[in-house]
Design a protein around this ligand. Structure first.
Ligand SMILES: Nc1nc(=O)c2c([nH]1)NC[C@@H]1CN(c3ccc(C(=O)N[C@@H](CCC(=O)O)C(=O)O)cc3)C=[N+]21
Ligand SMILES: [Mg+2]
Length: 298
């Protein structure tokens, strides 16, 4: 049984990116810049945002975090985004979700220039991805990170049955679409399960590759997993744990210990998919910079 080490792979990717950023600097005397906007004071969001900024620094990219009060109007937020859209030093814009209820997340996504949408949430990027024009879009960071894990662990995907559990716009839908593209790390037969799916375990038990992003702690139990399956756990659920200093611990959507007895490979939580999301965000930001500066290769 292989534990898929997302922390290690993300660190490898960050080292590769650091070299690329230095090469960019050599070529055009500038480095990529990522701006993250956070609205309000959700503590979990602040941790992610700080991790993103720290990772940028590590690889020599510029990063800016804009913290806005939760009372900000949608109009004010959109005008901040418009300023970033035309700022030549900004190559990636990420507005941390969730946003307060009075702000329409769709309107925010639409306001970000597709060429700086390093989350890959804008319909132009989603559409190009679905069409298979992967060199013309930004891939959503979590699905992209999962492709990297599959590829760097040499997991065979061609013709395999991939079952995706979850249909969010951020993970499930793009993930399922990517897994059926004609790529080295994809080319699967794909099934999508969600909250209205009947007899879900009958379907998950057919998965050679099971990707779970449903947001419910320990949802996938051992009886739902075929022996030998590859299990990718996107879940990140905080559950109370009095024995921890923080008062909580992080668990995935997969009941890890029992399921790992069936799996041939599995991602842990934490240390699996999460760190890959950040690595791919940085990779997208570099990609944006290269397009903006007409750099073909490094
Ligand atoms: N516009 C937008 N884009 C996002 O990509 C986005 C977002 N909004 N809102 C919130 C979610 C969540 N997210 C995470 C990324 C990395 C970890 C991560 O690095 N997790 C580590 C450690 C986490 C911990 O210890 O708390 C791990 O799984 O090992 C977690 C969560 C990005 N998100
Ligand atoms: Mg993302």
């Amino acid at each position: 049984m292989t534990i898929i080490d997302g922390k290690k792979i993300s660190s490898d990717i960050k080292h590769e990116l650091k070299t690329s950023v230095a090469a960019c600097k050599q070529q055009v005397n500038a480095v990529p810049g990522l701006t993250v906007i956070i609205v309000g004071e959700d503590p979990a969001s602040q941790v992610y945002v700080r991790n993103k900024a720290k990772s940028c620094k590590e690889i020599g990219m510029n990063s800016e975090v804009i913290e806005l009060p939760k009372e900000i109007t949608q109009e004010q937020l959109l005008s901040r985004i418009e300023a970033l859209n035309i700022d030549p030093e900004v190559h990636g814009i990420l507005v941390q979700q969730p946003l307060p209820p009075h702000i329409d997340e769709y309107a925010v996504t639409m306001a970000i220039s597709p060429s700086k949408d390093v989350d890959g949430f804008h319909p132009e990027n989603v559409g190009q991805m679905v069409l298979g024009n992967l060199n013309k879009c930004f891939l959503s960071c979590t699905p992209y990170g999962i492709l990297e894990l599959l590829s760097r662990y040499n997991i065979e995907t061609r013709g395999k049955h991939c079952v995706v559990v979850g249909r969010s716009n951020i993970v499930g839908k793009p993930m399922a679409n990517l897994m059926l593209q004609k790529l080295e790390a994809t080319n699967c037969t794909v099934t999508i399960c969600h909250s209205a799916t009947k007899n879900m375990s009958e379907l998950t038990r057919q998965a050679d590759i099971l990707i779970v992003a449903i947001g419910r702690a320990n949802f996938i139990t051992k009886d739902m997993v075929k022996p030998g399956a590859v299990v990718i756990d996107v879940g990140m659920n905080r559950i109370e744990d009095a024995s921890r200093k923080s008062g909580y611990r992080l668990v995935g959507d997969v009941d890890y210990n029992p399921v790992s007895e069936n799996a041939s490979a599995i991602t842990p939580v934490p240390g699996g998919v999460g760190p890959m999301t950040i690595a791919m965000l940085l990779k997208n930001t570099l990609q944006s910079f290269m397009r903006a500066n007409s750099i073909e290769a490094l």
